[in-house]
Design a protein around this ligand. Sequence first.
Ligand code: TTP
Ligand code: MG
Length: 230
Amino acid sequence: AHCRQLFASLSKMSKGNSKPFTIFVEGNIGSGKTTFLKHFAALDNVVTLAEPVDRWREVRGENFLDLMYSDPSRWGITFQTYVQLTMLDLHTKPVERPIKMMERSIHSARYCFVENLHSSGLMPNPDFIALDEWFNWILKNHDVAGNLIIYLRTTPEVVHKRMLSRARTEESCVPLDYLQKLHQFHEDWLYHRKSFNCPAPVLVIDADKDLEMMAADFLTCEAKISDAVA
Ligand code: TTP
Ligand code: MG
């Protein structure tokens, strides 16, 4: 009930404003972003756009995600170019409801994943430059801004276990070390706020807990969203 009230009031605030209140749900691989979005999908005033990971696994018969993990130096640029395109598609997608909630954003693709590939030497410099030029052009010429980031903060060991137990085939060989690096990029960007531009205020949620224990956090989160909008 609390939840419905909150989103009803957000709905009123957004009336007459053609751009929806836009929330990016961020966090490491396996931090629970999809599950988090599902919780909010039931609400009348919210459109949730899940990450297009399935679009990355079947592109005209090619599995870009699998190619990237099997040979990041060769296929990293291909995969990340396509991720950037699908993210731009979601950022610019008009929605009929006042609140738009996205799994990830073009920002975390660039500041966490592309940055990680490049800085760990897996992405050649020219590939990185081409991607980054595209990214900067998109930021200048399209509205990819958000109003709030919800950061599902986890520890790498916890998400590593989750990732292995959900058993996405492509991720079977992703080592803990890779998740530790990605964790650090999320931390520096969203928690310590010392690396890249942070495109919206950040609400940090402890997402190490099991899903059953998250119910209270959903409510806290809704209250804080309300404050952020007010
Ligand atoms: P995530 O974007 O972290 O999504 P998820 O569904 O694993 O997260 P959650 O459990 O919280 O719902 O990652 C999806 C896969 O795509 C994962 O293997 C990492 C990969 N990926 C990249 O390699 N580069 C990118 O830019 C993005 C966005 C994802
Ligand atoms: Mg997901």
